[in-house]
Design a protein around this ligand. Structure first.
Ligand SMILES: C[S@@+](CC[C@H](N)C(=O)[O-])C[C@H]1O[C@@H](n2cnc3c(N)ncnc32)[C@H](O)[C@@H]1O
Length: 300
């Protein structure tokens, strides 16, 4: 794994700026969020505490509240402006019920998935839709494993390296700078999950194609989403009009009919909280697990 770490301040700043208009263009995020919730409905869980990690404008927060009416919700995001939107949206969705007691009563916490401001063994379900691609997978999975209870569940989506390959190859005709974020592939993601001690990780990928009438409209959407180029090695100087024209011309090779496709490779994953925290690692590297801790998982 040799992707550069994203610049966290830049991530927080660009999502902060994006918060107000994000919902207008978050088409992919809605689709993968629905799919993730659908997959979650196949698992029998009665979580006491649910973390929506990288909650964004909070669309999934109300859906999680509906699914688990007794669970306390935690909404974490690196961008405080996103948390503000999530809070407003949650109240709007509750409508008049907002005057009634709320078992779910979300806590909104500004924080980084790579350094979660949460206690260990404190969460039963981590739900992270299209947020972990902005993180260091080794750190974020280790943090998720730390806060998950041993039988807790992680359900997430992230982006794979084929994401926006058309735009990446169009930019490659202009210069050698990384203009499109780099994403980890499924094997790296799986390896980081295993290293973190998460149990029974399962991963698969799916491709989505969004279409645009021009390269400019794609780039505008990416900007509104806050999905800026956060590579440390990105070009720092302003990009000229001529370069944008060259990108647009190069992108034309992908045009199908009237439209330009933008591919997103979405990685879906889940895993259970491992028992590493309570296991004893012996001198020879083997792990002793007390018999009392060996139990069957609930059937899914
Ligand atoms: C593409 S949005 C997805 C939002 C939401 N999960 C959804 O489904 O609409 C990514 C979110 O992750 C947040 N984010 C990015 N990096 C993060 C990090 N290191 N820790 C916590 N949140 C992060 C961003 O601020 C943004 O709100």
């Amino acid at each position: 794994m040799n992707n550069e770490l994203p610049n966290k301040q830049l991530v927080a700043r660009s999502f902060g700026k994006a918060a107000a208009r994000y919902d207008d263009v978050a088409v992919l995020q809605r689709q993968t969020g629905d799919e993730l919730l659908e997959r979650l409905s196949l698992v029998k869980l009665q979580p006491k505490r649910v973390l929506d990690l990288g909650v964004g404008t909070g669309r999934n927060l109300s859906l999680l509240a509906k699914r688990y009416p007794k669970a306390q919700l935690l909404a974490v995001d690196i961008a405080p402006a996103m948390l503000q939107q999530a809070k407003q949206r949650y109240q709007q969705v509750r409508g008049l019920k907002r005057w009634l007691p709320d078992n779910n009563k979300p806590m909104y916490i500004a924080g980084d998935a790579d350094q979660l401001p949460l206690a260990e063994n404190s969460v039963d379900l981590v739900f992270a839709n299209l947020a972990l691609q902005w993180c260091d997978p080794r750190m974020s999975f280790a943090e998720i494993q730390r806060v998950l209870r041993p039988d807790g569940l992680l359900m997430f989506t992230t982006l794979g390296p084929d994401t926006l390959y058309e735009l990446r190859s169009a930019w490659a005709t202009v210069d050698d700078y990384p203009h499109v974020n780099m994403f980890y592939d499924m094997h790296d993601v799986g390896e980081s999950m295993m290293e973190a001690g998460l149990a029974e990780p399962v991963l698969d990928t799916d491709r989505y194609s969004l279409t645009y009438d021009s390269t400019m409209s794609l780039m505008k959407d990416l900007k509104v989403l806050g999905a800026h180029n956060v590579n440390q090695g990105r070009r720092r100087s302003l990009t000229g009009r001529q370069a944008f024209k060259q990108v647009a011309d190069a992108y034309e090779q992908f045009r199908t009919g009237d439209l330009l496709p933008a591919t997103y490779e979405v990685v879906y994953g889940h895993a259970w909280g491992g028992n590493i925290k309570t296991q004893q690692v012996d001198n020879d590297g083997s792990v002793s697990i007390p018999v009392s801790q060996i139990k069957r998982r609930q059937p899914s």
